[in-house]
Design a protein around this ligand. Structure first.
Ligand code: ZN
Length: 459
């Protein structure tokens, strides 16, 4: 995209910065508004404020925020000056807010690197303006069905964004047939990451999202499965299949609540990798991080070292201390993510309380029917699960689902007042796992923050 002229650049940046200043003075964290104002003044301001930056864009349905966090940490640890002050959401105007407010007054970027989380549908608007060095696609699972009309549509949205960014290196999950198909018929360089059959992960297989071979329309066969539609897929008719990854996990030696140790082959070389975040899906995020870091020239070993010291992102296995009661928060928004969270919980050998919160506001997707496709049976069957608190505006629906999954009245309790809930959790002195969806997470967080004295995230 053509860069705007210097006068409209300066005016647009000033308008954005001033708007953010006023918003903060009035105590609002409002995040997309400076971008809206900036782009009103100059439509192509993103092209100016990102000019010359090396930007990694992260999109996909699950794991965007954690991946961004890991990649940002890898770049920072490697000594790259990476834009960190981000309050914007992951849509066009939120991203514009962040880039504009972090540019100098004449619209020059202040940081040579940035890692940007981008909504799947916003990629086609954002990418052509900021020319990403790399686009990471984490995976594609059914998500917020009423927002985009299914996972195939989401795939189309991302594809449009990729087609508008022919120079960006694609970082793709080799085992996801959906994201893998983005490499077809585009000139982009691709770096694949993935897991081999030898890791022996056997999660819940669900091929409803897998689709059919994009070349000939046949159904896939699989050599092995990881979870959901991820695995060693192959088209029996035309031979289209999983590509051999550049970053490849060959075994998982240890997986616990404080992280995992895995073996990887990176560019054919064996490496031991310690990841300071738990759960199998973070092993994928870690492999993607190494691939992304490689795409912008970070030495592989530097990226690997950074994974041992990474902290969790907002709402993603974030840990709160309630006077000695440990609460870990896992944002869940679809069956695949929720099942992964259950796999993590049930893999730990310790008693716990679960807090499940469900709202159905715009930020969550109004359709909550995904809870019917989620494996609550697995959670309820865990002997270490001692109590479930059900909260949020759809607590009743969720509670009925849990009853169906085998949670009796002695195990579950509806408690919709978050303040009361937090007080109760403190008394129990048992590890708590809270699994809220987006807007209920915001409510639970403010109750937790009120208790622990943490500040809201934009302060
Ligand atoms: Zn085929």
């Amino acid at each position: 995209m053509k860069k705007p002229n210097p006068v409209s650049t300066v005016l647009s940046v000033a308008a954005g910065k001033f708007t953010r200043f006023v918003l903060r003075k009035t105590g609002r964290g409002g995040t997309a508004i400076p971008g809206i104002v900036s782009m009103k003044v100059c439509k192509s301001i993103l092209a100016a404020v990102s000019d010359g930056m090396k930007i990694i864009v992260v999109t996909g349905t699950n794991g965007k925020t954690t991946s961004c966090n890991m990649i940002e940490h890898a770049l920072t640890e490697a000594g790259c000056d990476c834009l960190r002050d981000k309050a914007g959401a992951n849509m066009l105007h939120g991203i514009a807010s962040d880039l504009v407010c972090n540019a100098s007054w004449n619209g020059k970027p202040r940081h040579p690197y940035a890692v940007i989380e981008c909504d799947e549908a916003a990629l086609k608007l954002v990418a052509p303006q900021i020319n990403p060095a790399a686009i990471v696609v984490t995976n594609l699972f059914s998500d917020q069905v009423d927002r985009y009309g299914g996972v195939q549509n989401t795939l189309k949205e991302i594809r449009t964004g990729v087609e508008k960014s022919p120079k960006s290196t694609l970082i793709l999950n080799a085992e996801d047939p959906l994201s893998a198909s983005l490499s077809l018929n585009v000139p982009n360089k691709v770096i694949w990451y993935g897991m081999e059959e030898s890791v022996g992960v056997r999660g819940d297989v669900d091929l409803s999202d897998a689709g059919v071979c994009p070349v000939c329309g046949s159904e896939y066969t699989y050599d092995y499965h990881i979870y959901a539609q991820l695995g060693g897929f192959c088209c029996p008719k035309c031979g289209y299949k999983r590509q051999k990854p550049y970053v490849s996990v060959t075994s998982i030696d240890r997986i616990a609540s404080d992280g995992s140790t895995v073996q990887m082959k990176v560019g054919g070389k064996e490496r031991t990798v310690r990841i300071a975040l738990p759960a199998v899906y973070n092993v994928y995020n870690a492999a993607g991080t190494i691939a992304a870091a490689r795409a912008v020239g970070i030495p592989v070993q530097k990226a690997i070292d950074s994974l041992g010291t990474v902290h969790s992102a907002f709402g993603r296995l974030e840990t709160f201390d309630l006077d000695g009661t440990r609460l870990q928060m896992i944002l869940v928004k679809n069956p695949a993510g929720c099942n992964q969270a259950f796999s993590y919980l049930t893999s730990l050998e310790e008693d716990f309380t679960a807090v499940l919160c469900l709202n159905n506001r715009t930020g969550d997707g109004h359709d909550i029917s995904w809870i019917n496709d989620t494996d609550y049976e697995k959670l309820c069957a865990d002997p270490h699960l001692k109590k479930i608190y059900v909260a949020g505006e759809c607590a009743k629906e969720l509670s009925e689902r849990l009853t169906k999954a085998g949670a009796g009245d002695d195990l579950q309790e509806i408690l919709t007042d978050y303040k009361v809930l937090v007080a109760r959790l403190k008394e129990e002195k048992r590890t708590v796992f809270a699994l809220p969806n987006y807007t209920s997470m915001m409510e639970l967080r403010s109750a937790l923050n009120a208790e622990t004295g943490n500040k809201e995230f934009w302060e």
